[in-house]
Design a protein around this ligand. Sequence first.
Ligand code: 8IG
Length: 279
Amino acid sequence: MTSLDDPDDPTADPFDVARSAADVIAQRTGADKHDIALVLGSGWAGAGDLLGRTVAEIPAPDVPGFPPPAVAGHVGTIRSVEVGDTGARALLFGSRTHLYEGKGVRRVVHGVRTAAAAGCRTIVLTNGCGGLNPAWAPGTPVLIRDHINLTATSPIEGANFVDLTDLYSSRLRSIAKEVDADLDEGVYVQFRGPHYETPAEVRMAKVLGGDLVGMSTTLEAIAARQAGLEVLGISLVTNLAAGISENPLSHTEVIEAGQAAAPRIGALLAEVTRRIVTT
Ligand code: 8IG
């Protein structure tokens, strides 16, 4: 049991656990430092494959602070990948801990803190989500411009008033749009889940200024800012949010949209990552 299991333990320091995690990653990958981290959300699993050569693959539970698999037989992995021939190294998190798993906020942001402790300067947070704009067909990638955190919690502990201006770096969004000029931007609204929204909640999200609804990312982005990481957020609209289309939501639809979008978002992620580490 690591200290992350007990958020109420006043002696536990999640940043210490992140440093131990980074030490294990350095040992197992042979890289004392990584440059960029990517969190692969729903629909993005295959998108890391075009990045470059995988140097090492570590079962996440081997690394301090990462939980045992939630589903039997499904172990998340942490991969160290060469970014093309740039000489840069990327850390790929093949899964994330969601707030709705009830393991606490420290767990949710542990990958982000580990990335920072491993030397990363940038983190790319990807997710699958519902879209409010009917023009976004399932399979459309959208840049996150800003977020609304409806989880009523924060990864920041204590009187630590972290500024969130330009949290989703306009510099990194510009780089992404150089790669694909057709990319739209939107405001991501995080609900706690794990149920999808009611149509009324989706209308509320729209009134509030939201464009995308999901169950992740905002707490990770906040922790990333606290850790000094520059953040790029990319959502894959895998379904229209509840009530936007006549059809009910289905998890199968979500998975199929991800598979159909794989070639486009894989190429996008690889080229954006290459440009980030070379500029
Ligand atoms: I994939 O429509 C995916 N994740 N909250 N709403 C929320 N999360 C999602 C959705 C959605 N689709």
